[in-house]
Write a new protein. Structure first.
Length: 96
């Protein structure tokens, strides 16, 4: 419970204990799981961008703009190329 309070910066933790926990985190190279965080918060901070043809320069430019804007707001973008195939587009829509 103490480690959780240190990681989430909630509750009171003795400063000496907090320092020991933070040192252990650094020594072990601990990195919080993005998947676990997403499950807890019920938010993935992910966007799916479904495009008809990524070889078309217009859609490439659109994809780059979406990615830049999304990243500046803390989102990741997953690119889906349909090859202008309606069935493929529907499959992507079912997945996301």
């Amino acid at each position: 419970m103490t480690v959780s309070r240190v990681l989430n910066r909630v509750g009171n933790v003795n400063p000496a204990t907090q320092q020991r926990v933070e040192q252990a985190i650094e020594e072990l190279g601990y990195v919080p799981s993005g998947v676990a965080k997403s499950l807890r918060s019920k938010r993935t901070n992910s966007l799916a961008l479904i495009l008809p043809d990524i070889q078309n320069a217009f859609w490439t430019t659109v994809a780059r703009g979406v990615e830049d804007a999304a990243q500046s707001h803390g989102y990741s973008v997953f690119l889906c190329n349909t090859d202008e195939n309606p069935a493929k587009q529907l499959r992507y829509l079912d997945v996301v």
